[in-house]
Design a protein around this ligand. Structure first.
Ligand code: FAD
Length: 424
């Protein structure tokens, strides 16, 4: 029996990418249905209220070059605030807090030289086609940690890079492709810009998705995990875990690649797509936020140490922490304890926490390719459709680690599916 047409397009995943795609299609006059597995929209942007302020437990910062996001934020009437994070305090491996700069002059020169080299190498990488850059294959063969060691970066200097790179990549420097790091620097317009976390959303980054969803005329169905996708007779049918099916001429998949790997597809995805979805490594990170009762005793931003690699005041009384790699699995009590130690608090305050690799339907932060993975799996990222299924999600953009990438891929999906629908 031919399934009944539910909409012009079905979007799977109500993160920023899927909702931007649905908004774009609605603005072009098409009817959309959005299906989201979790019981809230936002995906990897997740905000919680603490002490009547917002805390971001996922994507948070918007850089000044994130033009699409800034335009969208202003169109939706959301307020941005300036992030004033500098890192005056360093925590060494033994847990001692020291003021920066605390490196010996020789170390400062070596760190500075390595930073300068990274920045210079990144100029040779095209953020829209990192692999075809002249140094693409060479840079993907090695880890950024290996490259630093080849250049004699050791000891405390290496610790510094481990945190700097790990906090961006959400993976250890020894396991992340040098090309991925150069891609990040190139796409953000240089190392200086990449490191400058310029803005955050006052209401929390999840407000972006909530506002997009509220503005849609079509349905956004929550707690609706899609299990299978089949294509026949000019329609794509999706079947939910509960057995319900929906059909439309086009579908946009805006879910993380590791989740796409779990869908039963008929016809099956191409072997390169399956290899990409199953094989690409994702980073691990956890964020924790707590309330400091006495705002005047708010601790300084702290860089380095373990399990939290970074800790910073967000706004008002909110103090946040970030752990990556194996430390991300430490669990809420360990991470909250570390935040308490940094804040020198006697009692455990109220805190909220998310460990991203354990989040159902997400299971990671964003792609953190190991050496060789971009060369092997990357070409499949640029194949954007499979029959009547169009691929979106931050992973399919020139900035796969960001909200900006999610907006970019959502806009492109809307424009391409609009063109297909208009053709009839
Ligand atoms: C800890 C952390 C910190 C970050 N920091 C920053 C930052 O400071 N700045 C920045 O710009 N970016 C940051 N990012 C990255 C940014 O948050 C993401 O790139 C972006 O939110 C991804 O959006 P998306 O819509 O592509 O995917 P997602 O947000 O993952 O949305 C996908 C949605 O699909 C749903 N889904 C999955 N499977 C199914 C299924 N079978 N059926 C239906 N729905 C399904 C998921 O539940 C999810 O809601 C961070 C991410 C993390 C995790």
């Amino acid at each position: 029996m031919r399934p009944e047409r539910s909409a012009d397009a079905i979007v799977i995943g109500a993160g920023v990418s899927g909702l931007v795609a649905a908004r774009g299609l609605e603005l072009a006059g098409w009817k959309c249905l959005v299906l989201e597995a979790r019981n809230e929209v936002g995906g990897r942007t997740l905000s919680r209220r603490l002490d009547n302020k917002s805390a971001d437990l996922g994507g948070e910062f918007i850089n000044s070059g994130h033009r699409r996001t800034l335009v969208l934020v202003s169109e939706l009437g959301l307020r941005i605030a300036k992030a004033k994070i500098i890192w005056p305090q360093w925590r060494d491996r033994r847990g001692r807090l020291r003021k920066l700069p605390d490196l010996a002059p020789g170390d400062v020169i070596r760190v500075g030289r390595a930073l300068w080299r990274l920045d210079k190498l990144a100029k040779k990488v095209d953020p829209f086609r990192p692999l075809t850059s002249p140094i693409g294959a060479w840079a993907d063969e090695r880890s950024v940690g290996g490259w630093l060691r080849e250049r004699g970066v050791r000891g405390l200097d290496y610790e510094f890079f481990k945190v700097l790179i790990g906090a961006f990549a959400t993976a250890p420097a020894e396991k992340i492709s040098l090309l991925q790091v150069l891609w990040w620097i190139a796409a953000e317009g240089g190392l200086g810009r990449a490191l400058r976390q310029k803005y955050f959303l006052e209401q929390g980054a999840q407000a972006l998705s909530k506002s997009l969803a509220d503005g849609l005329a079509g349905n956004v169905i929550l707690s609706a995990p899609v299990r299978s996708v089949s294509q026949a007779n000019g329609l794509v049918s999706v079947r939910m875990a509960c057995g319900q099916t929906y059909a439309a001429p086009w579908m946009i998949s805006a879910i993380p690649l590791n989740q796409l790997a779990k869908l039963e597809c008929d016809p099956p995805l191409e072997p390169e797509q399956i290899a990409l979805c199953v094989g690409l490594s994702y980073g691990r990170a956890a964020k924790v936020a707590t309330v400091i009762d006495d705002e005047s005793s708010m601790p300084s931003p702290t860089f380095g140490g373990s399990p939290l690699a970074l800790a910073w005041p967000r706004c008002g009384s909110i103090f946040c922490g970030f752990a990556f790699g194996e430390d991300a699995s430490a669990g809420v009590s360990v991470l909250a304890d570390d935040l308490r130690f940094l804040a020198d608090l006697k009692r455990q305050p109220k805190s909220v926490h998310v460990g991203w690799e354990r989040e159902p339907f997400i299971q990671g932060t964003y792609p953190a390719p190991e050496p060789g993975q971009l060369s092997r799996l990357g070409p499949a990222l640029s194949t954007l459709s499979h029959g009547r299924v169009y691929f979106a999600g931050a992973e399919r953009s020139s900035r796969p680690w960001s909200i900006e990438g999610a907006v970019e891929s959502g806009e492109r999906a809307a424009s391409n599916v609009d063109a297909m629908l208009s053709k009839g």
